[in-house]
Design a protein around this ligand. Structure first.
Ligand SMILES: Nc1ncnc2c1ncn2[C@@H]1O[C@H](COP(=O)(O)OP(=O)(O)OP(=O)(O)O)[C@@H](O)[C@H]1O
Length: 273
């Protein structure tokens, strides 16, 4: 079956003459708490090319999720600006897809109804919406599980369903916060491969938070390394490993070099990601 999940014609690696997918300029974030101010991020400048896959790595608490939430419009910054496709972010948008560490599926709805939620919210009862849900479920290997409930699926399958739901509204920007952190190592590897396949078919600009350096290297075009809190950008490592990628690529000297470079930054500051 041929699945058409292509996003905007302007997206995809190699697109020219279009605004960057994401432009973060001078962003800072201070949380005001009863125990005092928590400076989570300072002076973040980041440009994510449209259609590219960029990962954020850094020690626990360095502000990775905060940065992702600012780009998603779920959190306001204390300073600086954030543009997505050239437009300032002032709240969540329909063309943003989010995937969290926990799949956040509604337990009383079947997988199909969970996946259809964005269409239901938009009151889209069209046959095209149903068809898209069916095609995406097939794309992630969940056809045949549509009428099951979340509790009847493994963690990896639930996370696939959450990914399908995020893709339902044809996001131009996919934001993923440690989506595979709760999965076992083998399932995580499978999900990494599947994510790359799906990403290459959708062309969505993807910003991905992970604690795993090897996961970041395997998936990304660029790995952004953040310092310990307050998070600042220590390095942006270009990952020029050939695509499409299989896990063999991680055995290459180039993958080791890149992994060591990232690890070196984090070790140098006594915080291993
Ligand atoms: N709503 C909030 N109120 C107060 N402090 C917060 C809030 N959200 C995050 N923080 C603080 O901001 C800092 C950055 O948090 P954040 O969750 O962004 O880090 P992280 O790098 O994603 O961490 P981890 O890798 O452990 O998930 C932390 O010190 C955290 O305690």
């Amino acid at each position: 079956m041929e699945v058409s999940v292509t996003m905007q014609a302007t997206s995809g690696p190699g697109a020219v003459g279009v605004a960057p997918g994401v432009e973060v300029s001078g962003v800072s974030k201070t949380f005001r708490t009863s125990a005092g101010d928590v400076v989570a991020l300072t002076d973040i400048d980041l440009e994510v090319r449209q259609g590219s896959f960029v990962s954020l790595v850094g020690p626990s608490g360095c502000g990775k999720s905060t940065l992702l939430r600012i780009v998603a419009g779920l959190e306001t910054s204390s300073g600086g600006s954030t543009l997505v496709a050239g437009t300032p972010v002032d709240g969540p948008r329909r063309d943003f897809g989010m995937v969290f560490q926990q799949p956040v599926l509604l337990p009383w709805l079947t997988i199909f109804r969970n996946v259809m939620l964005p269409a239901d919210v938009a009151r889209d009862r069209s046959p095209q919406a149903r068809k898209r849900a069916e095609d995406l479920l097939e794309l992630v290997g969940l056809d045949g599980f549509q009428h099951r409930y979340p509790r009847e699926l493994s963690g990896g399958m639930q996370q696939r369903a959450a990914l399908v739901r995020a893709l339902m509204s044809r996001p131009s920007l996919l934001l993923m916060d440690e989506p595979f952190g709760a999965l076992d190592a083998l399932t995580r590897e499978t999900m990494n491969s599947e994510l790359l396949r799906i990403w290459s078919e959708t062309g969505a600009t993807t910003l991905f938070v992970t604690h795993s350096i090897s996961e970041a290297v395997f998936l990304s075009d660029v790995v952004v390394v953040l310092s310990g809190r307050p998070g600042t950008i220590l390095d942006q490592v270009q990952i020029d490993l050939p695509r499409p990628r299989t896990f063999d690529v991680m055995d290459s000297p180039e993958a080791s070099r890149l992994t060591n470079r990232i690890r070196g930054h984090l070790h140098a500051r006594g915080a291993v990601g």
